[in-house]
Design a protein around this ligand. Structure first.
Ligand SMILES: Cc1cc2nc3c(=O)[nH]c(=O)nc-3n(C[C@H](O)[C@H](O)[C@H](O)COP(=O)(O)O)c2cc1C
Length: 506
């Protein structure tokens, strides 16, 4: 199901009883975080919140803030217009099964062909609601730093927004400022023209400049490096809102070169309509709520970005990143500002990440048919910890899976992989830990290796490089150095269970 706007999605959540409306004024500085964090820590992710009167420096913004909108399994499925993410994953898997791939490269080609089958290709249109209000900035800003909020007075909602008066959150007390937390950042590869949409948080420096936090290993950063090599200005556009499948696709670990709008179009069952930006030649969804256009100038020195209360549960300390200059802001008249917060898990991003894993599980399985299931427990904040169950048929197969996963896209960031047998429920952390403790001789069953690390990981001795630990918690078989008989797991007789159940009404 395609949503016409983020407001449309919020209204759907409301009708389904998945939304709490907060009608009293709440500050975008810390207060929205406190409310949202409580929801995100509630059982099954609580409710989405619509903050109807967010305040910026004490002034009520004309744009409501929607937060935690994808923060539960149900709302994540609703954002896809589906009963469950598993249903969507099954369909995607069966689309690709027609011709099993023989390599990862072929899998990815097949994925884009499969998605294409659904006529999901984006189309270019002349105009769209995201251009209902257009504000261009020709000259460099005379304004300096936050908290200046130029000529935006209470009640004058017709005043076009600037970066300083949009309801952008300051999430945590030690954050270096306000951050756009659900931005979809559009860039193009200058060599091939291939587009990328990635979610990279945006720190507001002043009314015309922001940070551009694309991490070292991300596609936006790779595009950026090409512009830095040639010294030419890099066009960048950021859009916020529209269909919830846009931010989802921007976070999905798609291979470099696969257009996120293709995935979004497939998931929403309607191709994405794009419009040309006003001040650069990039395209953004016509039904976005906000669009912020601009450029990165490779001749300009990098600037410290952060600190930021991150999804690791700790603050990420300042690191140098490119500066993004704004040339235009366009928006819908009835725009809703979507946001999220990250921090100590579980948070909304757990459900977003889990949906990605479910969706791409069929692809993992195609490359590794022995994989039964994969889980990224919330405690591992996305990719730190991965549980995998496999149907083991030959010695050392668990190690093949570890190496295979560490070599697959953003799985490279995984610090710990625990492989268990097919009958272990990887979504039950307690069950996995039981098998981990029971089935391993630590020295024999673990392997250390090295590789790239998440740049946000504060525990690695150096940024972006680190070590990895794989643990084989499967039952050991002949050829794995285990010479004793493997004991059976304790299980009650089925007949006795049934008898006691019926006798005592259990
Ligand atoms: C809420 C949220 C915020 C994120 N912020 C960042 C960020 O600031 N920088 C970054 O490089 N990745 C960030 N990510 C992860 C990327 O969006 C993710 O790795 C994505 O696949 C990158 O796309 P790319 O492979 O096209 O670069 C964030 C993810 C989520 C869910």
């Amino acid at each position: 199901m395609a949503f016409d706007s983020f407001r449309d999605f919020v209204q759907t959540l409301d009708k389904a009883g998945e939304l709490k409306r907060i009608s009293q004024p709440v500050a975008t500085e810390l207060e929205i975080t406190e409310l949202a964090d409580r929801e995100m820590k509630s059982p099954h992710g609580g409710k989405a919140l619509l903050i109807e009167k967010p305040t910026v420096n004490g002034v009520v913004s004309p744009f409501p803030v929607a937060i935690n909108t994808m923060g539960s399994a149900k709302r994540m499925a609703m954002s896809m217009g589906a009963e469950s993410v598993e249903d969507v994953a099954k369909e995607l898997g069966s689309l690709m099964k027609a011709k099993p791939p023989t390599s990862i490269r072929e899998t990815m080609k097949l994925l884009s062909t499969a998605i294409d089958l659904r006529h999901a290709k984006p189309t270019l249109v002349k105009d769209g609601p995201c251009k209902e209000v257009i504000q261009k900035f020709d000259a460099p800003s005379p304004a300096t730093n936050w908290p200046a909020a130029p000529d935006w007075k209470k009640g004058t909602s017709a005043t076009p927004p600037t970066l300083l008066n949009l309801p952008i959150l300051k999430c945590w007390p030690l954050d270096g400022g306000r951050f756009i937390t659900l931005p979809c950042v559009v860039t193009k590869d200058p060599d091939t023209g291939e587009r990328n949409v990635g979610m990279y948080r945006i720190q507001i420096y002043d009314d015309r400049t922001t940070g551009m936090h694309w991490q070292l290993q991300k596609v936006g950063a790779r595009h950026g490096r090409r512009y830095y090599e040639s010294g030419t200005r890099m066009p960048v556009s950021i859009f916020i809102g529209g269909d919830p499948m846009f931010p989802f696709a921007a976070t999905a670990p798609l291979p470099d070169g696969l257009d996120e709008f293709l995935l979004a179009g497939y998931l929403r069952k309607k191709s994405v309509e794009l419009v040309k930006c006003e001040t650069n030649d990039l395209e953004v969804p016509a039904n976005s709520d906000f669009v912020i256009e601009g450029y990165v100038d490779p001749k300009e020195p990098l600037r410290d970005e952060g600190p930021f209360g991150d999804h690791t549960g700790y603050y990420t300390l300042p690191e140098p990143y490119p500066v993004f200059h704004i040339t235009a802001i366009t928006h819908r008249k009835d725009a809703v500002y979507p946001a999220t917060i990250v921090g100590i898990p579980p948070m909304e991003d757990f459900y977003i990440g889990a949906a990605s894993v479910k969706l791409f599980l069929p692809i993992f399985k195609m490359n590794f048919p022995e994989i039964i299931d994969i889980a990224l427990p919330a405690e591992g904040v996305f990719h730190n910890l991965v549980f995998v169950s496999i149907k083991k048929t030959y010695p050392m197969q668990a190690y093949k899976i570890m190496h295979g996963l560490w070599g697959m896209g953003q799985m490279m960031f995984t610090k710990y992989i625990v492989v268990v047998d097919h009958d272990v429920d990887v979504h039950n952390t307690s069950e996995v830990l039981f098998h981990l403790c029971a089935n391993t001789d630590p020295q024999r069953d673990s392997i250390f290796t090295k590789g790239p690390a998440d740049v946000l990981d504060h525990a690695t001795s150096e940024i972006a490089i680190g070590s990895k630990l794989g643990i084989d918690a499967t039952k050991k078989i002949l050829g794995e150095g285990f010479k004793r008989p493997w004991p059976p797991l304790i299980k009650m007789d089925e007949a006795v269970k049934a008898k006691m159940q019926s006798l005592f009404n259990l």
